[in-house]
Design a protein around this ligand. Sequence first.
Ligand SMILES: *[C@@H]1O[C@H](CO)[C@@H](O)[C@H](O)[C@H]1NC(C)=O
Ligand SMILES: *[C@@H]1O[C@H](CO)[C@@H](O)[C@H](O)[C@H]1NC(C)=O
Ligand SMILES: *[C@@H]1O[C@H](CO)[C@@H](O)[C@H](O)[C@H]1NC(C)=O
Ligand SMILES: *[C@@H]1O[C@H](CO)[C@@H](O)[C@H](O)[C@H]1NC(C)=O
Ligand SMILES: *[C@@H]1O[C@H](CO)[C@@H](O)[C@H](O)[C@H]1NC(C)=O
Ligand SMILES: *[C@@H]1O[C@H](CO)[C@@H](O)[C@H](O)[C@H]1NC(C)=O
Ligand SMILES: *[C@@H]1O[C@H](CO)[C@@H](O)[C@H](O)[C@H]1NC(C)=O
Length: 467
Amino acid sequence: MAILRILLLVVVTTSSAWAGCTISKDVKGTSTVVFTLSPTPTEVINQLGMSNMLSPVALIDKLQSYSDTANSLMKTVTDKMKALNPFGSLLPIPECRYYWISNQLFCDNVNSAIIAPICGMFTTITNVTNPISLPLPQLDSIPLTCENDLDGRPWGLEKIQAPETWALGYNGTGVVVANIDTGVRYTHVELRDNMRPFFNWFDPYNFSTNVPSDTNGHGSHTMGTMVGKNVGVAPGATWIACRGCGTASCDNEQLLACGQFLSCPDNKTQSCSTRPDVINNSWGGGIGNTFYLGVLSVWKAMGISFFFSSGNSGPACSTVMSPADSNYTKYGHLSVGSTACNDKIASYSSTGPSQAADYMAGLGVQIVVPGSNVRSAWNTSDTAYNTISGTSMASPHSTGAGAVILSKNKALTPEQVYAAMMSTAYRDPAITNSAAYCTSSSADLSGYPNNVYGYGRVNLLEAVKVV
Ligand SMILES: *[C@@H]1O[C@H](CO)[C@@H](O)[C@H](O)[C@H]1NC(C)=O
Ligand SMILES: *[C@@H]1O[C@H](CO)[C@@H](O)[C@H](O)[C@H]1NC(C)=O
Ligand SMILES: *[C@@H]1O[C@H](CO)[C@@H](O)[C@H](O)[C@H]1NC(C)=O
Ligand SMILES: *[C@@H]1O[C@H](CO)[C@@H](O)[C@H](O)[C@H]1NC(C)=O
Ligand SMILES: *[C@@H]1O[C@H](CO)[C@@H](O)[C@H](O)[C@H]1NC(C)=O
Ligand SMILES: *[C@@H]1O[C@H](CO)[C@@H](O)[C@H](O)[C@H]1NC(C)=O
Ligand SMILES: *[C@@H]1O[C@H](CO)[C@@H](O)[C@H](O)[C@H]1NC(C)=O
């Protein structure tokens, strides 16, 4: 994560001849480069305004209209590389891929010598960088500190009162959840019955995997906690998935490809009606990293609820990772921390305040949910389970909770789903020491909301009662 931060901050401005185009110092030799074009999707969406928001298809059409510049840029990159290499065969010809969800062009095999002249030709290029890769969130193994798995069910389900909520008839029925993770073992007994049978999977690491698979275990685990038959918060929901993370890390190009896929799994053939209602994101990295903000803006504009784990870098203050550290009211998500079965914050759980440049000192965590010693599905066999810990294990509890709340009322906006969770969260009265919650300017006399527990620990039963 430290490496990622350095990569992002070491950016130098080129001479004024190419005003506006910043070329990262790391871009040298022949490498894969990312041309970021203006306007950003966030700018386009802000200009429209939420009250005049376009339909999903019209919004995508509008964002895709900027691909004309990218196409012309793509041709220029290819021509300039050919000119550098007049006899052919010495240098490979660049291959480029455009992502409308970030207005970025990723090109392989680009020699840095051609970049400054190209910046001079295309005034809408704002910067040129190398791609980044984020680590898969570390899975902490921590000692058992309290009673586990009451009644044979994962303890977190009892803690948020999921069984009592199901008894009222709400279990996620009619709601579609998605994850961007390492994939899912779709034949697992926990997950085999509720995968949606269409537009259910995309693997930007390998276009020929046409059914889901999980090369790590992490993705099956988190999906199990969301919608698993016996271990999930919302067993009545259906699921779809996208592989944003390979075996060991998550590359930003594939994360963007997944953001794009999930915004419209049917690629406009069914008006994007196949997009999920709730998305869980099991990755993150760096502080104030902006590369995913376009995706957040698009998901928000399309009415999707989504959750990011705060990160596993606690207990120090200001350790919340991106994208969880971005302004949650502006981008429309919740940052989720992790608790143990005694309702105390887990030592690894990242905290606020945010250090993101455009959200300085903002609330770093909005809610907390169980995340330590969570038992769920694993990728090694159809009956394999694993008990692991991390904010990665917490976030799916909140994603599943979002699905259950929506199953009571599909018309709720993401903001209403979040408000239900936050206003009814359990607030430990013992947490009163301001130093212990990373000084929060927004905290009231009870000490909430604060940068460690946010508005408190989700209680699904109470949240469902208020919608
Ligand atoms: C590149 O430009 C975009 C859009 O202006 C911005 O959000 C991002 O922070 C920039 N990235 C770098 C590394 O300068
Ligand atoms: C891509 O997926 C296909 C089908 O699952 C598999 O046969 C192939 O080995 C994979 N390729 C890579 C490079 O992982
Ligand atoms: C499950 O994940 C592990 C890494 O945790 C990997 O080595 C293994 O190949 C995966 N198994 C399957 C069946 O994909
Ligand atoms: C979810 O609840 C519905 C009733 O609302 C019920 O018919 C269905 O069997 C339940 N699904 C699961 C997986 O428990
Ligand atoms: C989506 O549809 C367009 C137009 O039909 C097509 O060019 C494009 O390749 C499709 N994208 C994907 C990811 O299938
Ligand atoms: C966060 O975004 C909201 C809504 O756009 C805005 O009102 C607020 O000032 C922002 N907060 C910070 C600290 O930038
Ligand atoms: C949910 O998101 C959290 C935090 O980003 C992540 O750690 C976890 O793996 C994700 N779960 C799923 C099912 O994607």
